[in-house]
Design a protein around this ligand. Structure first.
Ligand SMILES: [Zn+2]
Length: 177
């Protein structure tokens, strides 16, 4: 969490951070200490990922806060060991990401293979009523779903939320987290 650390260190000395195109902008009443500037420079890409709002309306910081909140609930209310609490929080993040970045597709083509409905192989709507449906053959669903999950994992990773060891296989073995 070094980018999170850099962000906190900068804010602690009164630096306001922002994004201007591809640049990280700093505003401060007095010159920030060199070690803070050095931290920001080293973690610039990740700091920007934390600050930037994604197309789902959440910034990396929002995701981080969601993860921390879920982990806290699982640890203190659910009385899970920290590692398990974090694994559960991670699964919540993946589910939330998939929800917030839901995919819709027209009902006359399979989103995975691009083919139409066959008599023996109808197209089925996957997803939720509110987020909209993606239409797929039932046998195309698992590959599509795995690819979507990989997308969520990559997006969370880019925002500094690391994938716990064993995800997703161990999670599915235990019936999901
Ligand atoms: Zn298909």
């Amino acid at each position: 969490m070094s980018a999170v650390h850099a962000l906190r260190a900068a804010r602690a000395v009164g630096v306001r951070l922002g994004i201007d195109g591809e640049d990280l902008t700093l505003e401060a009443a007095a010159a920030p200490p060199p070690d803070v500037l050095d931290l920001l420079a080293r973690h610039k890409t990740c700091v920007m990922a934390l600050l930037r709002t994604g197309r789902d309306g959440w910034s990396g910081e929002d995701w981080r806060a969601f993860f921390d909140e879920r982990a806290g609930i699982a640890e203190f209310d659910g009385e899970l060991p920290r590692e398990q609490a974090e694994a559960r929080a991670y699964a919540c993040c993946v589910a939330e990401w998939l929800n917030r970045n839901a995919v819709r597709s027209p009902p006359d083509r399979c989103l995975r293979c691009g083919e139409a409905e066959h008599a023996h192989d109808p197209l089925l709507p996957f997803g939720t009523e509110s987020a909209g449906h993606a239409w797929l053959h039932s046998h195309c669903w698992s590959a599509w779903s795995a690819a979507r999950q990989a997308e969520a994992v990559a997006a969370l990773e880019a925002m500094g939320i690391a994938t716990p060891g064993g995800f997703p296989n161990d999670f599915e073995k235990n019936g999901g987290a």
